[in-house]
Design a protein. Structure first.
Length: 193
């Protein structure tokens, strides 16, 4: 895969490279990649996330499975008491108000059984690293056990939780996502942003 020379490589950290086969494009957002992979034409493309960029133009890449863009991941903060779970739920919501999360997400306060509650943070799976970083930077702490990942979301839904409260979190992004014909036309461009 041949990549174009980038003027300011550091601004591409966290964005994606899509290898279309005959050419590649640098600087797609996760939402744009997800839309491209849903199309019949680009379903088989290879995708790489830019984890780090250096002033000399070198990039650290991580291959991302196309299926990742169709999955939800999550973090579940469990408690045996509703008050503790409600505290975790409120801290997550307040954190999002103070500092927007890196992606759109949802937070549930859920009852799982008579003596088991959870504050659930559910988001697109491709944002696992960014959500973890967001919580670490905020020094988010909880008192109970925590489960995380794609399989934890499946287990959570299988339990058919009673949602006591819910809140939608919105990301404050620096990039405007393109969709439809505008996005399809951009696939011919080597440097997206």
């Amino acid at each position: 895969m041949k990549l174009p020379k980038l003027q300011k490589p550091d601004k591409y950290t966290g964005l994606y490279i899509v290898d279309f086969g005959e050419h590649s494009g640098v600087g797609f957002t996760a939402e744009e990649v997800a839309e491209l992979l849903e199309s019949e034409k680009f379903r088989g493309c290879k995708v790489y996330k830019i984890h780090n960029a250096y002033p000399d133009g070198r990039l650290e890449l991580k291959g991302v499975s196309p299926q990742t863009f169709q999955l939800e991941s999550g973090m579940f903060f469990f408690s045996g008491q509703s008050d503790n779970a409600k505290g975790d739920f409120e801290r997550l919501v307040n954190l999002a108000v103070a500092k927007s999360p890196p992606c759109r997400a949802k937070v549930h306060l859920a009852k799982l059984a008579d003596d088991k509650y959870a504050a659930a943070l559910i988001y697109p799976a491709e944002y696992d690293d960014q959500i973890s970083d967001w919580l670490i930077r905020a020094d988010f702490k909880t008192q109970g056990p925590v489960e995380a990942g794609i399989s934890a979301v499946t287990s959570y839904y299988d339990l058919q939780p009673v949602i006591l409260e819910r809140h939608q979190l919105f990301a404050e992004t620096e990039w405007q996502n393109r969709t439809g014909d505008e996005l399809l036309a951009a696939t011919k461009i080597a440097v997206q942003r």
